[in-house]
Design a protein around this ligand. Structure first.
Ligand SMILES: C[S@@+](CC[C@H](N)C(=O)[O-])C[C@H]1O[C@@H](n2cnc3c(N)ncnc32)[C@H](O)[C@@H]1O
Length: 268
């Protein structure tokens, strides 16, 4: 491989830049969101769970370790699945997990194969969200749960901020609110079961700098490359931090209820 230059670091796509830094992909809300998902959908050692958009398997392994459940992770990216399998080969509970390349919009499992379908922030990356959520609902058993962890805006962000984010991430972010997601589960025939929401944490400029400095130093590159990594990371994280003023996340659990529950006036 030829030598990395500061110019390349400045110009490489965001995903490649993050891969270069080996940044671990976690769901919105991180570890706590996975714990809440397990506790509130009653996943246990007898459960069969599907993790959609598993990436390198952060959530897949968390669920296997915390609940000793049988977890299958699927992702559209063969590179991510390959990396997940490498972690699996080194994990003492590797026998509980299984990874395969598959599309969340066409899940290669029969109807009612799982107790829980889980997505840790991946539905936002899937083109046809309605199709994907219908697939999550199809593969869970009656009375099973669909867990979707997602970012949403609690306050409309300025258009310039959204444009900057879209340019940086090279995707198209829409200023979706919580009701956008809730409506999707409803039209896919799922019952609202449990929702936890919180604002995304804002951090100080100093915390951003310290984080970027630590990550930039991790790989022991030359000082020129280290400075280029620091500059790009600091620019990226500063933009994310600005966005966090408007951003929340939700652990949204829906149930595949075969018999509709009667409406209630005072509960909820
Ligand atoms: C933000 S990451 C998910 C993070 C992951 N849940 C974790 O906690 O590590 C989004 C993932 O969705 C995957 N993805 C995008 N479109 C997909 C699709 N149609 N089907 C399955 N996975 C998809 C991407 O390859 C990426 O790994």
């Amino acid at each position: 491989m030829h030598k990395l230059s500061a110019q390349q670091i400045e110009n490489m796509p965001y995903v490649e830049f993050m891969a270069l830094l080996n940044e671990v992909n976690r769901p919105p809300g991180g570890q706590i969101s996975v714990r809440q998902s397990i506790q509130n959908s009653f996943i246990n050692h007898k459960s069969k769970v599907l993790d959609i958009g598993c990436n390198t398997g952060y959530c897949t392994f968390e669920i296997a370790h915390l609940a000793k459940a049988d977890v299958t992770g699927i992702d559209i990216s063969p590179n991510m699945v390959e990396a997940a399998k490498l972690y699996q080969s080194k994990d003492p509970l590797g026998h509980l997990v299984n990874f395969l390349v598959a599309d969340g919009m066409e899940i290669p499992f029969k109807d009612e194969s799982f107790d829980v379908a889980f997505s840790g922030g991946s539905t936002a990356f899937i083109k046809n969200k309605k199709k994907a959520i219908s697939e999550y609902a199809r593969v869970v058993k009656p009375w099973g749960f669909v867990i979707d962890i997602n970012f949403f805006y609690h306050k409309k962000p300025p258009v310039s901020l959204l444009n900057n984010l879209n340019n940086l991430l090279e995707i198209s972010i829409e200023p979706w609110g919580l009701e956008y997601w809730m409506n999707l589960y409803k039209i896919c025939g799922l019952e609202k079961y449990y929702t936890f929401t919180d604002k995304v944490k804002l951090v100080s400029k100093n915390d951003v700098k310290l984080y970027c400095r630590t990550i930039a130093q991790e790989k022991k590159y030359s000082s020129e490359i280290e400075s280029a990594i620091y500059r790009r990371l600091n620019k990226t994280m500063t933009l994310f931090n600005k966005n966090h003023k408007y951003l929340s996340y939700g652990v949204i659990i829906s149930r595949k209820r075969p018999i509709k529950e009667q409406i209630s006036l005072f509960d909820q």
